[in-house]
Design a protein around this ligand. Structure first.
Ligand code: FAD
Length: 285
């Protein structure tokens, strides 16, 4: 089902997975998917490796979950280093297989990689345009949004100008970069309202389970960890998982009370933390 239709009917719950690197990783992932499908997610999404590095793996995982688990799936797709023709091939294949939702992204080259091939697609707007021009309204199109600003944007005016352009080109809903301070999210929603963006924005939540991993993520994507949360984890490092789950529960409760359109969980291919959080907040959803 198209996510734009779902968002008219319900507050969505969604889970993000990435294609594992090993057979063992796939076995584990499908056990976690079995656990998570009991929560009846509105959709799940599968990441795409920058520059097409997981092209076949993303496609196969999207189709397998859609066909075998009968879960509504959104495929992430990045456009840098693909040509327009390659993108159209990928989308035709999804269309033929009944996949109706695409998260349209630019993507990033891995740090330090300089030998990439530029095939003309430079921004998510280029990808959104291809989807709209070649497939009418077949796909529901989402895009990435950044409550703490994309690291490459010079200022908020620039950030919001291009976000508005993404919407005008055909982006129907946004999913946020992970964040830990809900005030940053609410400030961002105010900025969206000021430019009349008027599309659903789904907050992306990642419960902290491994402090070093989170520190790496936040430094890469311009997100901040509130000082009180930082201090607590540094004081009780052996309790990081418990602290992370409790924090995420409060974060999600507050977001739902403030009327968000849905919650998107960055699961890191696990189920325990997401299930614990979901069970605490399900009565509010
Ligand atoms: P863009 O929308 O192109 O924006 C990048 C920068 O360019 C911003 O500063 C923006 O303001 C500016 N900009 C936008 N359009 C234009 C334009 N037309 N002209 C000039 N400037 C413009 N990465 C992956 O590799 N695979 C994934 O599966 C993946 N999934 C993600 C899921 C979510 C929910 C999020 C938030 C991010 C994800 N990413 C993924 C990371 C993403 O690819 C990076 O954050 C990347 O740096 C930007 O992608 P974008 O689509 O936001 O780019």
């Amino acid at each position: 089902m198209k996510i734009r239709e779902l968002l008219k009917k319900e507050r969505t719950i969604s889970f993000e997975f990435f294609p594992p690197k090993t057979d063992e990783g796939y076995k584990e992932l499908f056990l976690h998917i079995q656990n998570l499908e009991k929560l009846s997610p509105s959709f799940v999404s599968i990441t795409y490796g920058a520059g097409g590095s997981t092209r076949a793996k993303t496609r196969d995982l999207v189709l397998k979950i859609s066909k075998e688990n009968k879960i509504n799936v959104m495929a992430h797709l990045t456009c840098i280093s693909h040509s327009k023709e390659e993108i159209i091939d990928i989308l035709k294949d999804y269309k033929n297989n009944g996949i109706q939702n695409i998260l349209a992204l630019r993507g990033d080259f891995p740090q330090g990689e300089t030998n990439h091939i530029d095939k003309g697609l430079k921004h998510s707007t280029d990808l959104i345009k291809i989807i709209k021009n070649n497939f009418d309204n077949f796909f529901s199109i989402g895009g990435a949004v950044y409550p703490e600003m994309h690291p490459e944007s010079k200022n908020w005016d620039e950030e919001m100008k291009y976000l508005k352009l993404k919407k005008e080109m055909g982006m129907e809903f946004g999913i946020t970069q992970l964040f830990f301070d809900n005030n940053r999210f609410y400030e961002f929603i105010d900025r969206c309202n000021k430019i009349n963006l008027d599309i659903p924005i789904l907050p992306g939540i990642m419960p902290i389970s491994n402090y070093n991993q989170i520190k790496k993520f936040v430094s890469m994507c311009n997100a901040s960890i509130p000082p009180k949360l930082n201090e607590k984890i540094e004081k009780y490092p052996e309790e990081v998982e418990k602290i992370g789950i409790e924090y995420a529960i409060h974060q999600v409760e507050d977001l739902i009370k403030n009327g968000v359109d849905g919650i998107h969980f960055y699961t890191l291919n696990k189920s325990k933390a997401t299930i614990l959080i979901y069970n605490e907040v399900k009565n509010l959803i």
